[in-house]
Design a protein around this ligand. Structure first.
Ligand SMILES: Cc1cc2nc3c(=O)[nH]c(=O)nc-3n(C[C@H](O)[C@H](O)[C@H](O)COP(=O)(O)O)c2cc1C
Length: 302
């Protein structure tokens, strides 16, 4: 029997396909729907203490190589979000609360409020390329401080979402692990921009945005591979451009214990079941019983 069950530290999930933060996941109904469509867990939209309107429009532009967004973390604030998340958790949905803040105290406060709702974990967004929080994940000392402060304040597992917009993602990953992170998510979007050649103006209201979708998959796979190779002991969740089971498999072989999907959901939620079915088929064909037999496989080949 091929099983898709996975363990991320103390988080046990029926399958490894997690919904990435930001695309969906702001209402209880929406979160429950994604779970009913087969997701192993759902990460909420990144949430701050107070509501945030986000960046000026336009905030999304489609480019030939992927989607560029500069949403600016629009969210209703933790007060409203915690009501929605608590409702989803009470129906048995494994929810991961995505946390951001403008200070360490705000990170702690939002994480604590998520903990009260019954989430299975919190994911610290220190990596958004079009928001100040993204600067945290580019600095070892700040990463350590934020992760350690949240870890010291809650019992719920803490996942740290990393940015590829650094010279060396491994040193940030190791710092997050040293600060007590229970798992790492790699990667957030890749910083980019687009210019309207008729006017010369940058297209996004915020000028800079984050690229997502298939174009960033090789970058994300490389990041997961390098982090795994560095010898981190905590599990890695791979994300970036995954749209089918083969993409997912690449991430497992690079060293991911679970995966997240974001942009691919825009073509329909069926992608969740398609990825799961493809993985099961592959495992049966290769007489594999669980995903542990694939995780990090490509490291043994070199
Ligand atoms: C429209 C949009 C909004 C996003 N918002 C968030 C967010 O609120 N928090 C976060 O951590 N990542 C956010 N992301 C990044 C995704 O979670 C993911 O890391 C990234 O898009 C790469 O995965 P993908 O190629 O499967 O989309 C967002 C991405 C998109 C496209």
């Amino acid at each position: 029997m091929a099983s898709l069950e996975i363990v991320l530290g103390s988080i046990r999930l029926a399958n490894p396909v997690i919904i990435a933060s930001g695309i969906l996941g702001t209402t209880a109904e929406g979160i429950k729907l994604l779970y009913d469509m087969g997701a192993g867990a759902v990460v909420t939209k990144t949430t701050t203490l107070k509501s945030k309107p986000g960046n000026p429009n336009p905030t999304v532009v489609s480019t030939p190589s992927g989607l560029l967004n500069s949403m600016g973390l629009p969210n209703p604030g933790i007060e409203e979000m915690s009501r929605e998340v608590a409702a989803a958790c009470s129906e048995g949905v494994p929810v991961i609360g995505s946390v951001a803040g403008s200070s360490i105290n705000e990170f702690i406060e939002v994480a604590k409020r998520f903990e009260e709702t019954g989430v299975v974990g919190v994911e610290l967004n220190i990596s958004c390329p079009h928001e100040k929080v993204g600067l945290i994940g580019q600095d070892c000392r700040l990463t350590y401080q934020v992760v350690k402060s949240v870890k010291d304040s809650i019992k719920t597992p803490v996942i740290v979402k990393l940015t590829p917009n650094v010279t060396d993602i491994v040193e940030i990953a190791l710092e997050a692990e040293k600060a007590g992170a229970d798992a790492l998510t790699a990667i957030n979007t890749v910083k980019g921009m687009a210019i309207d050649v008729n006017t010369g103006y940058p297209i996004l209201g915020n000028r800079f945005g984050g690229l997502s979708g298939p174009a960033i998959k090789p970058i994300a796979v490389r990041c997961v591979y390098e982090i795994y190779e560095s010898g981190v002991k905590i599990p890695i969740i791979g994300v970036g451009g995954i749209s089918n089971w083969r993409d997912a498999l690449e991430f497992f072989m690079a060293g991911a214990s679970a995966i997240q999907i974001g942009t691919a959901l825009m073509k329909g939620y069926q992608v969740i079941e398609k990825i799961k079915r493809g993985l099961i088929r592959y495992m049966k064909k290769n007489k594999l019983e669980n995903l542990n037999q694939i995780i990090g496989l490509s490291h043994k080949r070199c």
